[in-house]
Design a protein around this ligand. Structure first.
Ligand code: ZN
Length: 287
């Protein structure tokens, strides 16, 4: 969906509670999040939103920008740890979602680096996203370089809005990895020979830079390649659910690295846990 259409939905009060703003630069995502927040909370009649000058619009600024302006119904959580946004930070941030808006007709919650949400933090957010609001509309804006950096459970409950390509992601490289990976998965499906799963894991290991054990980035890249492989003609349709589960598991790969397990071993383990075994039409094994 285009950003202009999203603003229209916001003016009409028909916007989904959960929105992923992805693509573009950090700055682009923040600017769009502010514009959308002003549209949602502006005091003018719908057609004139955002006016930019009303008591709400004027005070909707990014926290920490050098001004004392502040709006009590606009909440932002930033990454608080070196590589992640912690569950404690997210829980504090979500406390305001339990009360009614102070001044505006609704509330807006922004997760500034949604790709850095820990698994536990994402689940805390998911719980609130799933609660129907009782008094006034609440909107959750999740900002991330790519929607595929987010857990599938969060993605499935949010509308993703692409803000243009960011330089960080090399789509052509991802497509090449996805095609190689799909060929290995197809070969495994045909032959059942485990060596193809090792090769598939090797393809993912070579696709990103896993040197920094704390970095979630290579895991997001590997997950993105697995998801892109679903578009490849070679991929067996029956493996689809298993591949989606694998992509989700890869996003948590950084946890294994932090326990000192080499990236290659983690990749081999996850690929074989999710893809090994014949009969792909059956239910996925529990993760
Ligand atoms: Zn306004």
């Amino acid at each position: 969906m285009r950003f202009e259409s999203v603003l229209d939905l916001a003016r009409r009060g028909e916007l989904y509670p959960g929105l992923i703003l992805h693509g573009g630069s950090d700055e682009t995502r923040r600017q769009r999040a502010l514009e959308l927040t002003r549209t949602l909370l502006c005091a003018e009649p719908p057609a004139g939103r955002p006016c930019g000058v009303c008591n709400h619009c004027r005070r909707l600024v990014w926290p920490g920008s050098d001004s004392d302006l502040f709006h009590p119904d606009f909440h932002v959580v930033e990454r608080d740890l070196k590589t992640s946004t912690s569950v404690d930070a997210v829980k504090r941030f979500l406390q305001a979602a339990q009360i009614s808006p102070f001044e505006a007709r609704g509330q807006v919650f922004v997760v500034a680096s949604a790709e850095s949400l820990s698994g536990e933090a994402a689940n805390a957010l998911l719980k609130v996203l799933e609660e129907p609001h009782t008094s006034a509309p609440r909107h959750f804006l999740l900002l991330a370089p790519s929607q595929f950096d987010l857990l599938p459970t969060l993605r499935s409950r949010s509308l993703a809005v692409f803000l243009g390509s960011s330089e960080a992601v090399d789509e052509a490289a991802v497509a090449d990895v996805a095609a190689d990976f799909a060929r290995c998965v197809a070969a495994y499906g045909d032959s059942g020979a485990g060596v193809y799963l090792l090769t598939a894991a090797g393809v993912l290991a070579a696709a990103a830079d896993f040197k920094d054990p704390r970095s979630g980035r290579p895991w997001a890249d590997a997950a993105r390649a697995v998801l892109a492989s679903l578009e490849e003609p070679a991929t067996p349709t029956a493996a689809r659910r298993r591949l989606l589960a694998l992509a989700e598991a890869l996003l948590q790969g950084v946890d294994f690295r932090l326990r000192g397990i080499p990236a290659e071993r983690v990749l081999e383990g996850l690929v074989s846990r999710h893809l090994a075994g014949r009969g792909w039409e059956g239910p996925s094994p529990p993760a």
